[in-house]
Design a protein. Structure first.
Ligand SMILES: Nc1ncnc2c1ncn2[C@@H]1O[C@H](COP(=O)(O)OP(=O)(O)OP(=O)(O)O)[C@@H](O)[C@H]1O
Ligand SMILES: Cc1ncc(C[n+]2csc(CCOP(=O)(O)O)c2C)c(N)n1
Ligand SMILES: [Mg+2]
Ligand SMILES: [Mg+2]
Ligand SMILES: [Mg+2]
Length: 325
């Protein structure tokens, strides 16, 4: 594989955004930012054997997810994703076609959001593959949906369903047998190909106030981040959590998937009770699942409380995915 040939082969022939002045091919990319928008920049990395395994993820899957998780962060800010840059550390066993396939996985998603690839970096890796994606997006001035925006009295909500990605991962890793699920492929797809909630983020950015966080490390962890950043307590109810009906039968530990599993890339957030009505209306009309899961209260000793199905309230710990634990 030749580094320069490879870069040449992944260089786009055209851009969705005419604001790209210089794309791939110089020392840096140049774009003209709109004066009435604020720029959002997010970066997340995926490492082979930490975030995916080549045994079950194709290069397309890896590319798709590496871009999806970054778009999800832009969605959690209420923004419009526009550009992306890709840093790749390629192991010696990869062929040029594998790398190109990874870019195809990204291009598939980029097409949906009309996002332009404007740069990156390519190096060889002595061990596992590493892919880092940077996404640049924008949001109207002072409209970003911050984790610090939750207020006592707000409704707490989550989009989609949670726990399904962790269930898919458990299947892929052979921790749960395929016989535990009616439709194992559904959960595997949820794990490999999360759909970022850009539309919901955009709607929230037009509300008076919304706190948002995307679920990468798990619902409990993300709610803690909102509660701590806003100096409030979040109280949720187990019975309101949107969970696929097959999960409880699949594994006795299924609640761990839901609360601490992560990689759902759904949005968890808070809005005022009044604005919750408009958000629910919008999602219902758009065919997007969204559920009220609890309420924000004045700051108490615990950041997040969970009312279990037996009506007992317990402290929900800040457990979840943590790279160093
Ligand atoms: N190594 C680092 N150097 C500088 N800033 C960092 C570093 N790692 C994380 N951050 C910053 O810390 C904040 C939280 O990052 P974090 O990665 O936890 O958020 P996230 O991307 O939403 O979560 P996840 O990585 O689980 O998807 C962000 O502002 C991020 O830019
Ligand atoms: C092989 C394998 N083992 C475990 C996991 C689970 N996992 C890895 S990183 C992460 C949190 C999000 O990542 P980050 O915080 O880096 O954005 C989770 C839940 C996986 N996907 N693949
Ligand atoms: Mg991150
Ligand atoms: Mg995030
Ligand atoms: Mg992230």
């Amino acid at each position: 594989m030749d580094e320069f040939d490879l870069i040449h082969s992944i260089t786009p022939h055209s851009h969705y955004h005419p604001s790209v002045d210089v794309g791939i091919g110089d020392d840096g990319a140049v774009y003209t930012a709109s004066s009435h928008m604020q720029q959002i920049v997010c970066l997340d990395t995926m490492v082979e054997d930490v975030h995916f395994k080549s045994e079950y993820s194709t290069p397309q899957d890896i590319g798709y997810k590496a871009l999806a998780v970054n778009i999800s962060d832009v969605a959690a800010m209420g923004g419009i994703p526009k550009f992306y840059l890709v840093s790749l550390a390629v192991p010696s066993c990869w062929q040029k076609a594998d790398v190109q396939a990874m870019y195809e996985g990204m291009a598939e998603l980029a097409k949906l959001y009309r996002m332009d690839l404007i740069g990156g970096d390519t190096v060889s890796a002595s061990g596992q593959a590493v892919i880092t994606v940077t996404v640049i997006g924008e949001v109207e001035k002072n409209r970003a949906c911050l984790r610090s925006s939750a207020r006592s009295g707000d409704v707490v909500f989550v989009t989609g369903e949670i726990g399904s990605s962790a269930a898919g991962l458990s299947l892929l890793l052979g921790e749960t047998p395929p016989s535990a699920f009616h439709t194992g492929d559904y959960f595997i797809e949820k794990h490999k190909r999360p759909v970022p909630r850009v539309q919901v983020g955009r709607f929230c950015s037009q509300l008076q106030r919304a706190a948002l966080n995307d679920i990468s490390d798990g619902l409990a962890s993300e709610l803690h981040e909102i509660a701590e950043s806003s100096s409030v307590t979040i109280e949720i109810e187990e019975q309101l959590l949107p969970v696929h009906p097959d999960l409880p039968e699949a594994d006795p530990q299924w609640k761990r998937w839901v609360l601490f599993g992560g990689e759902d890339y759904e949005l968890a957030g808070t809005v005022s009770q009044q604005e919750w009505i408009s958000l629910l209306d919008y999602c219902t009309q758009s065919g997007i699942r969204i559920a009220k899961i609890g309420a924000v209260t004045e700051r108490k000793e615990a950041s997040v409380l969970l009312t279990a199905n037996d009506q007992r309230q317990i402290v929900l710990e800040k457990k979840g995915y943590n790279h160093f634990k």
